[in-house]
Structures are given as C-alpha cells and as structure tokens.
Design a protein around this ligand. Structure first.
Ligand code: SAM
Length: 281
C-alpha cells in the first residue's frame, strides 16, 4: 500500500512510459475537463450498454490509465474496481478518488488479487495490445466475470495499425527514456499535425495517406479548439511511440479466442482502427 493505493507489482515494470504519460496528462482526456462527452460516447458506443443498466453493478475496469473511462463508469453509480500496471493509478486516484464506489489497485492483468467470477461487467479499452502475451491477457480477464456477465474489450486492429509509419520508428523510440522522447514528440507534433490534416482531406485515400505521418490526429472527435487538438495529439503520438509492446490483432484470431472461451454470445465490430469485442460470458 502506498498513498492509499494497494500495489501488487514492482514499481519498475514495463508500463513505466504509461505512468509517465498519464501523470503528465492526468486531465487531458477526462470528459469533465474537456467539457465534451468524448469518453462517455466511446464507452457506450463500443459496449452498447446504457448508463442505467450499470447502476449498482460490480464493474471491473482493466488498464485504466488516467481514468477517462473510470470517471464515466463511476458516474453511473456502479461499484468500480479499476487497476493498471503503472503508477497511472495515482493520476486516476487524484481525479476520481472522490467517487465512493471506486476501488483502485496497481496490479497486472496476469496476476490479480481478485475473486473469480465476482463481476457483472468487464471493460478493457486500449490495453491488451500493450501486454507481452495478448492471448493470455485476453483470456485471463474473463476469469473475473460471472457467467452471464457482459464484456467490452477493444484491441488495435492489425489491418489498420501495422501498415503505419510508426511501426518503423517504434523499435528505436520505445528505447528512448520517456522524458526525452516526450520532448521530441512535443516539438515535432505541431509541425506534423497540419500535414496529416491536409493529407486526410484527400478524397478516397486520405485515411491511408495519414498513415505516412507518424502523428495521432483526432480531427474526427470534434474537440473544441486547436490547443486541445494539439495536446491530445502530443499525448497519443507519445502513446504510439513509447510502449514496450504494441501487438495489434487480426479479427480471425479474436474470434478464435472467443470460441475457445465458450462465451454464450459475442460480436466483433471494427470501429476505425479498433476491433471491439463485446458480448455475454
Ligand atoms: C493506452 S493506455 C489506455 C488506458 C485507458 N484504458 C484509456 O483508454 O485511457 C494502456 C494502459 O494499459 C496498461 N497496461 C498495460 N499492460 C498492463 C497489464 N499487464 N496490467 C494492467 N494494465 C496494463 C498501461 O499501463 C496503460 O495505462
């Protein structure tokens, strides 16, 4: 236990760059800070759930980062257990610690101090492609969901994430210390972002052309002003270039894992660069 948060992983683990980014950008992606329901809309769109059905339910959130989805989940009145391998849990505690229904842990998906089949809902967004063994991460989290419980997991889609210039840069950038890499990203992003936006406007092939520019571009989110767009862009470009692991997945493999788990129902939908896997255990 440190700063009121139970810790079940060594401080020095592969999630360090995430701890760095989320403590630096503690508020950037929180709906309450942005003033727009970006995270709320994404969570509800991906899961197909309503806020009413979550009220009073036991929800497990895996890999919570700074807590953009923790905030949305807590606002529904759910009892939320949320964990992350990195010290991003500290940022989450500062932002969301006011919710009485929130229990936060610093722990790894692979080794959780939780009871099997003790949750009604399972949420894991933007996480499992960043683990060293994606299949094991995917299959392990279902242990904690009760039979009949609902899940929503999203994963980078291989078809979108692999043909991207960042994949050529990552073998080098992931070895650069976070503080140094962040400085580089901060200085190049404002220059590359307008290039990416211009390319994205090219009819038919705009989406493909933007993959040649290694900068995250959130033009589709309707963020309110240029400064916000730039800040999100710096954060997510760092989030592309710094993680120790990035293992996007093909749809067929996700289908196979779902069949292996004998889920009572599941569906996989591609939403932009993500496969969303949702259903009932
Ligand atoms: C891209 S961030 C997404 C965070 C949050 N879900 C969001 O969408 O804002 C991925 C998160 O997964 C966490 N993570 C990676 N491997 C993990 C593991 N084995 N156990 C728990 N969390 C892990 C990282 O520390 C990081 O905060």
């Amino acid at each position: 236990m440190r700063d009121g948060i139970p810790r079940f992983v060594p401080e020095d683990n592969y999630g360090k760059s995430f701890g760095y980014q989320w403590n630096l950008h503690r508020l950037t992606q929180l709906d309450s800070y942005v003033g727009l329901p970006v995270s709320r809309d994404r969570l509800l769109r991906e899961s197909g759930w309503t806020t009413d059905e979550l009220e009073g339910r036991e929800v497990l959130e895996c890999g919570s980062g700074a807590g953009r989805f923790t905030e949305v989940l807590c606002q529904t009145g759910a009892a939320v257990t949320s964990f992350d391998i990195s010290n991003a849990v500290e940022a989450n505690a500062t932002s969301n610690g006011r919710f009485a229904g929130l229990r936060l842990l610093q722990a790894s998906i692979y080794d959780l101090p939780l009871m099997d089949e003790s949750f009604d809902y399972l949420v894991c967004l933007g996480v499992i492609q960043h683990t060293p063994d994606v299949e094991r991460a995917f299959k392990t989290i279902f242990r904690y969901l009760r039979p009949g419980g609902k899940f929503c997991i999203d994963v980078y889609a291989a078809i979108v994430a692999y043909p991207h210039l960042r994949q050529l840069l990552r073998p080098v950038t992931k070895r650069i210390p976070p503080g140094k890499l962040y400085g580089v990203v901060q200085s190049i992003t404002p220059r590359l972002l307008p290039v990416s936006t211009r390319l994205s406007a090219v009819p038919w092939v705009g989406d493909y052309l933007t993959r040649l520019v290694p900068v995250a571009n959130h033009r589709h989110l309707g963020l309110s002003d240029t400064e916000t767009v730039r800040t999100w862009s710096v954060l997510d470009t760092f989030d592309w270039l710094s993680p120790q692991f990035e293992r996007p997945q093909p749809r067929r493999r996700l289908e196979r894992w779902c069949r292996d788990l004998r889920l009572s129902e599941f569906e996989i939908e591609r939403i932009r660069g993500l496969y969303v896997v949702r259903g009932t255990k």
